[in-house]
Design a protein around this ligand. Structure first.
Ligand code: FE2
Length: 377
C-alpha cells in the first residue's frame, strides 16, 4: 500500500506562476492519419471534430481532430517527404509530438517559461478567422515533445483557425466513458529524470508530489525510477521515468531504443465507470496487459473493501490499489502501434491521488512477458 504522506515530497517555495487550466489537446504524428483516426473512433469511441489539409489550404499535412468529453486528440501526417512530420515518423514511428495546455494568457506563459530557461518552440502567435482569435506559444520539453500554450478564450470556432468541421460518414460509434486526461508519462534517458524534474520545477512551477526509486519499481529482471510532477491545481500531472539497472533490459530502455530517444510513454485517461469503459474497449478490440489470476486471489486482502464486485474486475483484468485517501482502479493497453512504445492507461479514482504502486510488480512482470515475446528482455 502506498502512503502519500510518507512519500518523499520536495519542498518547493515557488509560487504557481504558471496557471494551467488543463490539457487542451494531444497531437500525435502518425504514418497514416486517416486510418489512425478510424482506429481511435471505432476502438476508443472518440467523435469526429475537425479537419485540416489541402482542402483547407494546408498543402503539406493533414490533421484529424477527435474528441471524447474533455479529451481532444489530433492525428497529423505528412503529405510529402523532406518534411519535419515525415522525419519524426521515420525516427520514432507513431508518437506524441505535442501536449497542449490551456492557459488564460499564452503570451505571459511563454514569457515566464522562456525567461526561466524554457527553450521556445513557437513565440506567441495570433491565429484568427471569422470565429475569433487564438494565441498559441510553446516550449520544448524532453525528446522532441513540445508543450504548446493555447489561449482560446476569444475563440468560438470548431477547434482552431485553419480547421473546419470534419464531415465524415456517420456510423455507430458511441463513446466509451473516457472523460479527461489524468496524467501523461515521459520516458527519459539514463540520469535524465532529475534534470527534467528540475525543468518542470524551475520552468513550469510544478512540484514533485511523489517519487519511486528502483526498489519500489523493480522485478527480478528490470527496474525503473519515477518522479511525479504536478502543477498547482493538480489538473496537470507529468510522471517522469528513467531506466534503472536490473538483470535484464528495463522496459524504459526498450522504449528508448524503439522510439529512438525520449518521449511520451503513456497517457492515462479517466473514467467514472471503468468496468463499463473497459468492457466496451475490449469488445472493440483494444488489447490490454493481463496479470495472472492469482492477483485476484490476494486482491481484497491487500486493498480491503471496494464497491465493485471482484468477478468483472478479474474477467476484464482491471487492477486495484489503495492509498491513504482512497483507492483507484486501473488497466494498461498494449502499445497502440507496431513499435513497443506508446500505450494508454484507463484509470478510475475513488479518492486515491496516487498511481498504483501496489500494482507495479504484477504489471511489470506482465510487461516483461511481452518484452520476452518480442525478444527484447
Ligand atoms: Fe500511469
Amino acid at each position: 500500500m502506498e502512503s502519500i504522506t510518507n512519500a518523499r515530497r520536495s519542498v518547493n517555495s515557488n509560487v504557481d506562476f504558471l496557471p494551467l487550466e488543463g490539457t487542451d489537446y494531444i497531437e500525435l504524428y502518425v504514418g497514416n492519419a486517416k486510418q489512425a483516426a478510424h482506429y481511435y473512433r471505432t476502438a476508443f469511441g472518440y467523435q469526429p471534430l475537425a479537419y485540416s489539409g489541402p482542402e483547407t489550404g494546408d498543402k503539406n499535412k493533414v490533421s484529424y481532430v477527435l474528441r471524447q468529453q474533455k479529451i481532444t486528440l489530433m492525428l497529423t501526417t505528412a503529405l510529402h517527404e523532406k518534411n519535419t512530420i515525415a522525419d519524426h515518423v521515420y525516427r520514432h514511428g507513431d508518437g506524441i509530438k505535442v501536449i497542449a495546455l490551456r492557459v488564460d494568457d499564452a503570451t505571459k506563459s511563454w514569457t515566464e517559461t522562456t525567461s526561466r530557461g524554457g527553450k521556445s518552440s513557437i513565440p506567441p502567435t495570433e491565429f484568427s478567422d471569422k470565429d475569433g482569435k487564438v494565441i498559441i506559444s510553446g516550449i520544448h520539453t524532453y525528446g522532441e515533445v513540445e508543450h504548446l500554450f493555447i489561449e482560446r478564450k476569444n475563440y468560438d470556432g470548431v477547434f482552431l483557425p485553419g480547421f473546419r468541421k470534419w464531415e465524415t460518414p456517420d456510423f455507430k460509434n458511441e463513446e466509451t466513458g473516457l472523460l479527461h486526461v489524468d496524467h501523461c508519462v515521459g520516458n527519459v534517458n539514463w540520469n535524465q529524470m532529475n534534470p527534467w524534474v528540475k525543468f518542470y520545477e524551475d520552468v513550469m512551477g510544478f512540484r514533485n508530489i511523489l517519487s519511486f526509486d528502483d526498489k519500489d519499481i523493480s522485478t527480478e529482471y528490470s527496474a525503473l525510477m519515477s518522479k511525479v510532477m504536478s502543477n498547482g491545481n493538480g489538473y496537470v500531472k507529468f510522471p517522469i521515468n528513467e531506466p534503472a539497472e536490473g538483470k535484464k533490459k528495463s522496459q524504459v530502455e526498450e522504449y528508448l531504443e524503439f522510439y529512438n530517444g525520449e518521449g511520451v510513454q503513456h497517457v492515462a485517461l479517466a473514467s467514472n465507470n471503468i468496468i463499463h469503459t473497459v468492457s466496451e474497449l475490449q469488445k472493440r478490440g483494444v488489447e490490454f496487459l493481463r496479470v495472472p489470476a492469482v492477483y485476484y486471489e490476494e486482491l481484497l486482502d491487500r486493498v480491503g473493501e471496494i464497491d465493485e464486485s471482484l468477478e468483472p474486475l478479474k474477467e476484464l483484468g482491471i487492477l486495484v490499489d489503495r492509498d491513504d485517501e482512497g483507492y483507484l482502479l486501473q488497466i494498461f493497453t498494449k502499445p497502440v502501434q507496431d513499435r513497443p512504445t506508446m500505450f494508454f492507461e484507463i484509470i478510475q479514482r475513488k479518492g486515491a491521488k496516487s498511481f498504483g504502486k501496489g500494482n507495479f510488480k504484477a504489471l511489470f512482470e506482465a510487461i516483461e512477458r511481452e518484452q520476452e515475446l518480442r525478444g527484447n528482455l
